[in-house]
Design a protein around this ligand. Structure first.
Ligand code: N2P
Length: 362
């Protein structure tokens, strides 16, 4: 009888407990966290994480600009998305008193992100990286052994694209993260809104458009690289390095390498930020603080193969990742790298129309 009463009490209490448990709604990039870190946060705090993903800045910005996204924590790139959200008042100023691990952040990197957020009041750097090429080395060496694999020429020179087309070419579906690299490859200002520059970028992309097998979201592109479905892809550094690791583990002879553009790569900083209308900003602050603890952000970097902005985490990152010059680029590469700016609304419209034409192939 006593047992029955206990079971009845538990049955009654369980839904109430679930109801009372705080929830943190996270909206992050695909393949951009270590699931064990999420698990540990939930255990340590009793906060349940509801996790949702996007794979382009365009998708993220669409969701956030509409307001009432329901998310507590989002991960926009410093320029242009985070910068625009800060200016629009769409993000909540962070309460540093609740993020004690803020002191672990690299002051130099945070100063670079301050270009988008004066005083770093709305975001902490989560991870960063570059835009470059994922190359399927085993096939490319067989098809074009003479080809120099040192930059965007491999993809953007039409004669190279034609040679490699049978093996599969792709660029990720994001005007924001593709156009700056193409403009730079053309020797033009990566932020340009000049009609002549944009026409040149469009022509360069249309010239290889017939050879593009796909223009997928960045998450799908990572999968296509890992399975060997594409041979050349313009993608995010860590996505390529993750794809390379997965291909190695699969053991089917797919060998992937990452190449940063010779002219200097597009460098991005992805920020931890809280929407102004977040339902649970307390939980979001707790999660930011948790992520900035060296052992936690080291686990994230080891898992997703992107560098972070917490120097004390570096020795805790798996050796293969922390010593990979494609993950942590050497000073010489960083010196040449550029951070994109934020186009005016008018320039943004031109760029997104250009992108629709490139997608459509005309
Ligand atoms: C993760 C891609 C995140 C980097 N898959 C884009 N800024």
């Amino acid at each position: 009888m006593r047992r029955l009463a206990l079971i009845a009490a538990l049955l009654f209490a369980a839904p109430c407990l679930a109801w009372a448990q705080p929830v943190l709604n996270v909206y992050n990039w695909t393949d951009y966290i270590d699931p064990d870190v999420v698990q540990r946060f939930q255990q340590e705090t009793g906060i349940r994480i509801r996790y949702d993903v996007f794979d382009s800045l365009e998708t993220l910005e669409g969701k956030l600009s509409a307001g009432r996204s329901g998310y507590d924590l989002v991960v926009p790139t410093s320029e242009p998305t985070f910068a625009r959200l800060v200016r629009a008042g769409a993000l909540r100023p962070l309460d540093r008193a609740r993020i004690l691990n803020w002191r672990n952040l690299d002051a130099g990197l945070m100063a670079r992100a301050a270009q988008a957020d004066p005083g770093n009041t709305h975001g902490a750097i989560y991870l960063w990286g570059t835009v470059g090429l994922g190359l399927r080395l085993d096939r490319i060496r067989a098809i074009a052994p003479d080809l120099a694999l040192d930059g965007l020429d491999v993809l953007l020179k039409p004669e190279n694209a034609k040679r490699l087309a049978g093996c599969g070419l792709a660029v990720m579906d994001s005007a924001t993260d593709v156009l700056p690299s193409v403009l730079r490859w053309l020797g033009r200002d990566p932020d340009s809104a000049e009609a002549g520059d944009l026409r040149a970028a469009e022509a360069a992309l249309l010239a290889i458009r017939p050879q593009l097998r796909a223009i997928p979201g960045s998450g799908a592109l990572l999968d296509m690289l890992a399975t060997g479905e594409v041979c050349v892809a313009l993608a995010y550094s860590g996505d390529v390095i993750q794809a390379a690791a997965r291909a190695r583990e699969a053991g089917r002879g797919v060998e992937i390498g990452y190449v940063a553009p010779a002219a200097g790569p597009h460098l991005f900083f992805d920020m931890l930020a809280i929407p102004a209308d977040a339902p649970n900003p307390d939980a979001a602050h707790a999660f930011i603080d948790f992520l900035l603890r060296p052992e936690n952000i080291a686990a994230v970097s080891s898992h997703v193969r992107y560098p972070n902005a917490v120097p004390a985490s570096r020795p805790l990152i798996s050796q293969a990742v922390r010593e990979d010059p494609n993950v942590y680029p050497p000073e010489a590469v960083l010196a040449q790298a550029f951070v994109a700016g934020t186009p005016t609304p008018q320039a943004e419209r031109l760029r997104s129309r250009l992108w629709s034409r490139v997608r459509a192939g005309r």
